[in-house]
Design a protein around this ligand. Structure first.
Ligand code: PLP
Length: 387
C-alpha cells in the first residue's frame, strides 16, 4: 500500500481525533476501493451506517433528485419529506412523534433533554445507563456512556447519571430512587463488545420502569434500521420502550438522527425547548425515506436474520479448534468474534487480505456488513477469515 499523498495534508490540518490508515475513494454495495485501486469487502459498513450498502442506487437517485430541488429549509417552515419520514418511523415503531437531528449523539442528547424536561415536573432527573454502554461523544451522551475511560480529562461531567450492570436486572433495581426519571439502554451493546441483551433483563426493565413510573429509552443508533434482523432491535423482545434514538443506518450514508417517542411523551418538548438548524432537512429526510424503501423492498430485516445466523454459525465452525477463540455472539448482522487476546492484530491481518472489520472492547472483532451483502461476498469474507 503506497503512502497516500492525502496523509500529509490530513495530518497538518485535521485534528488528530482519528488515525486513518489509508484513503477509500469509491464504494458500491459491500465493496470499497482504496486510492491504489485495491478492492476491500467492507464488513464494517462505515461502523454500521451503510446497512443498504455503499451508494445504493435508490438512495443515490433520491439524494440527487432532492439536492437539485431543495436541500435545506429551516424548521421555521414545513418541508414535505420531514413529516413523511416521521410518519414512517413512527408507524414502524412507537406510534408517536419524531424529533430530527444529525447524529447518534444528538439523538441521545434530545432523549436526555426530553427525559429531564418530563422528569422535572415530578421532581425526577436522574438517568440510569449501563456499564460498557456507548451513547456518543457530546458531553451528556458521554456522561450517559458507562465507560470511565472516555470521561477522563473532561470533567466536570454533566451530573445525574447512574451506571448499572448490563444484563443484571437487580443492579438496575438497586439504583432506582425517587430521583430517577429513566433508564437508557442498548438492546445489544455494540462498542461495549457486541453483547446481546438478555430477554429477561430487557423485558424486566420494562416492568421495573412501569413499577417506578419512569421512562425506558432504547438507544437504537447501532441496532436500528434492520441491523439485528428487525427494523429496531427492541422488536425482537416482548417490550415496547417509551423512546428510541436512531441514526447511523437511517440515512444510508447521509447524516441524520432521530428521537422517536411513544404518544404519551410525544409533546413533552415544546417550542423553544429544543431545536436543530439542520435536523430533518428535505435532503436528509429524502435519504431516510429511500433507505426505508430499500429495507422494505429488499426484505433486508429477514436477510439480516438468516445471513447473520449463517455467518455466526460458519465463524463458530472455523474457529472451533483455535486456541485464541472464546465465542461468536451477536444479533442478526451485528456480529462479534470474541478472542482471548487483543483483536487488533487479527483485524490488521484481515485488512491486509482485503476484509474490513473493527477491533472493539479490546478482544472482540466486530463485523457489521451491509445487510445487502450477497452469499458470494459472505463466502469470500469467510475464506479470508479462514485463511
Ligand atoms: N449510540 C450508539 C449505540 C452508538 O453505537 C453510537 C456510535 O457508535 C452512538 C450512539 C453515537 O453516534 P454518533 O457517532 O452518530 O454521534
Amino acid at each position: 500500500m503506497t503512502i497516500d499523498p492525502l496523509k500529509t495534508t490530513h495530518e497538518e490540518f485535521v485534528m488528530p481525533t482519528y488515525r486513518p490508515g489509508f484513503s477509500l475513494v469509491r464504494g458500491e454495495g459491500t465493496s470499497v476501493w482504496d486510492s491504489d485501486g485495491r478492492e476491500y469487502l467492507d464488513f464494517l459498513a462505515g461502523i454500521g451506517v451503510l446497512n443498504v450498502g455503499h451508494c445504493h442506487p435508490h438512495v443515490v437517485s433520491a439524494v440527487q433528485r432532492q439536492a437539485a430541488e431543495l436541500m435545506h429549509v429551516s424548521n421555521l417552515y414545513f418541508n414535505v419529506n420531514q413529516p413523511a419520514l416521521a410518519k414512517r418511523l413512527s408507524e414502524a415503531s412507537l406510534g408517536g412523534k419524531v424529533f430530527f437531528c444529525n447524529s447518534g449523539a444528538e439523538a441521545n442528547e434530545a432523549a436526555i433533554k426530553l427525559i429531564r424536561y418530563w422528569g422535572h415536573k415530578q421532581g425526577r432527573h436522574r438517568i440510569i445507563s449501563m456499564t460498557n454502554s456507548f451513547h456518543g461523544r457530546t458531553l451528556s451522551a458521554l456522561a450517559a456512556t458507562g465507560q470511565p475511560q472516555y470521561h477522563k480529562g473532561f470533567d466536570p461531567m454533566p451530573q445525574g447519571f447512574d451506571y448499572a450492570d448490563f444484563n443484571d436486572l437487580a443492579s438496575v433495581e438497586a439504583l432506582i430512587s425517587e430521583d430517577t426519571a429513566a433508564v437508557l439502554v442498548e438492546v445489544t451493546q455494540g462498542e461495549g463488545g457486541v453483547v446481546p441483551g438478555d430477554p429477561t433483563f430487557l423485558n424486566g426493565l420494562r416492568k421495573l420502569c412501569d413499577n417506578a413510573g419512569i421512562l425506558l429509552c432504547v438507544d437504537e443508533v447501532q441496532t436500528g434500521m434492520g441491523r439485528t434482523g428487525h427494523l429496531f432491535g427492541y422488536q425482537a423482545y416482548d417490550f415496547t420502550p417509551d423512546l428510541i434514538t436512531v441514526a447511523k443506518g437511517l440515512g444510508g450514508g447521509f447524516p441524520i438522527g432521530a428521537l422517536v417517542a411513544a404518544p404519551h411523551v410525544s409533546d413533552v418538548l415544546q417550542p423553544g425547548t429544543h431545536g436543530s438548524t439542520f435536523g430533518g432537512t428535505p435532503l436528509a429526510c429524502a435519504a431516510g425515506l429511500a433507505v426505508l424503501d430499500v429495507i422494505e423492498d429488499e426484505d433486508l430485516c429477514a436477510l439480516a436474520l438468516s445471513k447473520g445466523a449463517y455467518f455466526q454459525k460458519r465463524l463458530t465452525e472455523i474457529f472451533a479448534d483455535v486456541d485464541e477463540f472464546e465465542e461468536v455472539r451477536g444479533s442478526g448482522l451485528m456480529v462479534g468474534l470474541v478472542l482471548n487476546r487483543p483483536a487488533a492484530d487479527f483485524v490488521g491481518l484481515l485488512m491486509k487480505h482485503g476484509l474490513i472489520a473493527l477491533a472493539t472492547a479490546g478482544t472482540v472483532v466486530r463485523f457489521l456488513p451491509p445487510l445487502t451483502t450477497s452469499d458470494d461476498e459472505f463466502e469470500r469474507a469467510l475464506k479470508i477469515i479462514e485463511k
